[in-house]
Design a protein around this ligand. Structure first.
Ligand SMILES: Cc1ncc(COP(=O)(O)O)c(C=O)c1O
Length: 388
C-alpha cells in the first residue's frame, strides 16, 4: 500500500506550485517579495482528475450555454451522502456562481427592505456585505463569546435578538474561528429560529475541512429542516477551483425554492460555467483520496502554525476545521492596521485583518495554512522576526 508521504509527493502537496503571474488574487495583488497567506485558496495543484476533466472538455471547441446532466446531480448527492451522510434530492438543488451569491440570493429572496437579518460575529466579511448591499435590510449582530479557551455561541443573546428578524445567516464550520459547530449547538440555533419564526441560511463551504476528533453536521441532515432552511455548499473551496465559480444551494422547502428561483431570474443569475460543472463533477466523484491526503497535510500545518504562533506570544486556538488560523496579534501592535503594516513592511508577509470579520476582530489576524510546510515555516519565521 502506498504510504502517506508518497501520496503527499505524488499530489505535489510537499512543494506546491508557483502561482505568480497566473491572475491569482492571492499572489499577484500583494507587493513583490511579500509571502501571501491571506485569501482563502490553496497553493497546491488541484487533483489530476479535475485537470483532466477540464482538458478533455476543452478539446471540444464549443462553449455554448450549459446545463446540468443527471450525472452532475448524482455527483453532488453522491459526494455529500458518502462524505457527510447527508441525502440531497435532485429537486432540492439550485446552482449559483458562488456561495456568496447564494447568501445574497437568500437575503434578497426571503427579506424585504426594512427586514432584519442576523449574523454571528466575527464572521467572513461578505456576511455583512450581502445584507448591506440589499436595500434597506438591517443587520443584527449576535457576537460569539470568547471564553479564553474557545469561541462559543451566545444563545441567551440569540434568543433576545432573533425576535423581529426575518433571516439568520449561519457559518458552519465557522470562518474565521475554525470552530466546527457541534450537533447540540446547531439544534439549539434551529430551535431558536423555529421559536421566533426566523428563516435560516447556512454557509457550509468549509464542511470538508474538518480535523481529527471533529465531525461536520450538515444542518439539513437534522430533523425539522424540511421547511425554513437553506444550505450553500460548493466544491470550489474543497478542491481549489474557486476561480471557476460554481456552487449548489440546497433548499428542501418548495415555497422558499420558488422564491429563490424567481429572485435568481430577476437578478439574471442563470445558466452556469461549463468548465466549472465538469470540474465539480470530477471533484465530487474521483478525488476522495486527494482530499484525504490534503486533510492530513493541513492538519500537520495547523499543528505547526498553532505551536509556533503561541510560542511567539501570539495566542492562537487550534482550528477544529477550515484551513485558517485566527490569532490574537496584539503583542505586535494594538490595531489590525498597525499589525498589518508591520507584517507587510517588516516581515513581508500578508495575512487578513481581523477587522475584515467585524469590529470584534480588532487586534486579530487570519492566517491561511493551505501551502507547503516549507512556505508556512518561512512565513512563521518572518513573523517571528518582528516579535519583540
Ligand atoms: C465562509 C465562506 N463563504 C463563502 C466563501 C466564498 O465562496 P464563493 O467563492 O463560492 O462565493 C468563502 C471564501 O473564503 C468563505 O470562507
Amino acid at each position: 500500500m502506498e504510504s502517506m508521504e508518497s501520496r503527499i509527493k505524488r499530489y505535489g502537496f510537499d512543494v506546491g506550485l508557483d502561482r505568480t503571474g497566473t491572475n491569482s488574487q492571492k499572489w499577484d495583488a500583494p507587493p513583490k517579495g511579500v509571502l501571501p497567506l491571506w485569501v482563502a485558496d490553496m497553493d497546491f495543484p488541484c487533483a489530476p482528475a479535475i485537470v483532466q476533466a477540464i482538458e478533455a472538455r476543452a478539446k471540444h471547441p464549443a462553449f455554448g450555454y450549459t446545463h446540468m446532466d443527471e450525472k452532475d446531480y448524482q455527483a453532488v448527492s453522491g459526494f455529500y451522502k458518502r462524505r457527510h451522510g447527508w441525502t440531497i434530492e435532485k429537486e432540492q438543488m439550485l446552482f449559483t456562481p458562488g456561495v456568496v451569491d447564494s447568501l445574497l440570493l437568500s437575503v434578497q429572496a426571503f427579506t424585504e427592505p426594512g427586514d432584519k437579518v442576523l449574523i454571528q460575529t466575527p464572521v467572513y466579511g461578505p456576511f455583512f456585505s450581502v445584507v448591506k448591499r440589499s436595500k434597506g435590510r438591517q443587520l443584527v449582530e449576535n457576537p460569539l463569546r470568547f471564553t479564553g479557551e474557545d469561541w462559543e455561541m451566545d444563545f441567551e443573546d440569540l434568543d433576545k435578538k432573533l425576535p423581529g428578524c426575518k433571516l439568520m445567516l449561519l457559518c458552519s464550520p465557522h470562518n474565521p474561528s475554525g470552530r466546527v459547530w457541534k450537533r447540540e449547538a446547531l439544534e439549539q440555533v434551529l430551535a431558536l429560529c423555529k421559536k421566533h419564526g426566523v428563516l435560516l441560511a447556512v454557509d457550509e463551504i468549509h464542511c470538508d475541512f474538518v480535523f481529527t476528533g471533529h465531525t461536520h453536521v450538515p444542518l439539513l441532515s437534522l430533523p425539522g429542516t424540511q421547511t425554513g432552511v437553506v444550505a450553500a455548499v460548493s466544491a470550489t473551496k474543497s478542491f481549489n477551483i474557486a476561480g471557476l465559480k460554481h456552487s449548489t444551494l440546497v433548499c428542501p422547502d418548495e415555497e422558499l425554492r420558488k422564491k429563490l428561483q424567481d429572485q435568481a431570474s430577476a437578478m439574471g443569475m442563470g445558466g452556469g460555467n461549463m468548465l466549472a460543472v465538469c470540474a465539480t463533477t470530477a471533484a465530487y466523484t474521483q478525488c476522495d483520496e486527494w482530499m484525504d491526503t490534503l486533510l492530513y497535510v493541513l492538519e500537520r500545518n495547523r499543528d505547526l502554525a498553532v505551536q509556533a504562533l503561541n510560542a511567539m506570544g501570539l495566542p492562537a486556538l487550534t482550528p477544529q476545521g477550515t484551513y485558517l488560523v485566527y490569532a490574537d496579534m496584539r503583542a505586535l501592535a494594538p490595531t489590525c492596521e498597525q499589525i498589518d503594516k508591520i507584517l507587510l513592511e517588516k516581515a513581508k508577509v500578508m495575512l487578513n485583518r481581523g477587522t475584515d470579520y467585524g469590529a470584534l476582530g480588532e487586534g486579530y489576524m487570519r492566517l491561511n495554512l493551505a501551502c507547503p510546510a516549507t512556505t508556512l515555516q518561512e512565513a512563521l519565521g518572518r513573523i517571528q522576526s518582528v516579535c519583540r
